[in-house]
Design a protein around this ligand. Structure first.
Ligand code: GAR
Length: 209
């Protein structure tokens, strides 16, 4: 699989840490649209090829084609490859999405609070439950069939930072689980719903203790 990133890379790290032993996927390359993203350092430390592909000055179709070519250069190909968006802050067009599953993680209980700053939006919205979602990407902004979700409480004194920190470990767990399910061919999409052949001990919903 290829992992696309834009920032700190904690979700990338969760995937790198998971991809050992009999885990059914390996990270073939990490591509960042942001030069200097810390995720690139994590890729280097893990011995995974890291590519910087800035999007500035390109239209969407051109950039998406460059991304596909970079993934192909590392053996991530339609038909067998998987693409993970681990904090990749750019919308991908339909031509990019064709031919392989694309998995995204988002720090909110979708379909609420898509786009930027999910936890900030949750606080502003006054909700009592926030959370994380892992889903297949369908061309919208944080839309597409949901693989798994986690809820965490919003506490009275929460800031964006404290709420984000409460959500983040659930993102990591959900992302690894969703990737495993996709890689093992246990996900079937029917309309907007993902049906998953769950293994013992798996749940599509995770809640805070
Ligand atoms: C994560 O919280 C991820 O869910 C979010 O960016 C952060 C990246 O952190 N993605 C989105 O908001 C996508 N709309 P990370 O670089 O440490 O994985």
């Amino acid at each position: 699989m290829g992992v696309l990133v834009s920032g700190r890379g904690s979700n990338l790290q969760a995937l790198l840490d998971a991809c050992v032993g009999d885990f059914p996927a390996r990270v073939a390359c990490v591509i960042s649209n942001v030069p200097g993203a810390h995720a690139l350092v994590r890729a280097g430390l893990a011995g995974v090829p890291a590519v910087v592909l800035p999007h500035s000055g390109r239209d969407r179709a051109t950039y998406d084609a460059e991304l596909r070519a970079a993934l192909a250069n590392h053996g991530v190909l339609p038909g067998s490859g998987i693409v993970c968006l681990a904090g990749f802050m750019r919308v991908l067009g339909p031509a990019f999405l064709e031919g392989w599953p694309v998995i995204n993680v988002h720090p909110a209980l979708l379909p609420a609070f898509p786009g930027l700053h999910g936890p900030r939006q949750a606080l502003a919205g006054g909700v009592t439950q926030a959370g994380a979602t892992v889903h297949l990407v369908d061309g919208g902004v944080d839309t597409g069939p949901i693989l798994g979700q986690a809820t965490v409480p919003v506490l009275p004194d929460d800031t964006e930072e404290t709420l984000s920190a409460r959500i983040l470990p659930f993102e990591h767990r959900l992302f690894v689980q969703g990737l495993r399910q996709v890689a093992e061919g246990r996900v079937v999409v029917e309309g907007h719903r993902a049906r998953i052949d769950l293994r013992p001990g798996e749940s599509r919903w995770l809640g805070a203790p």
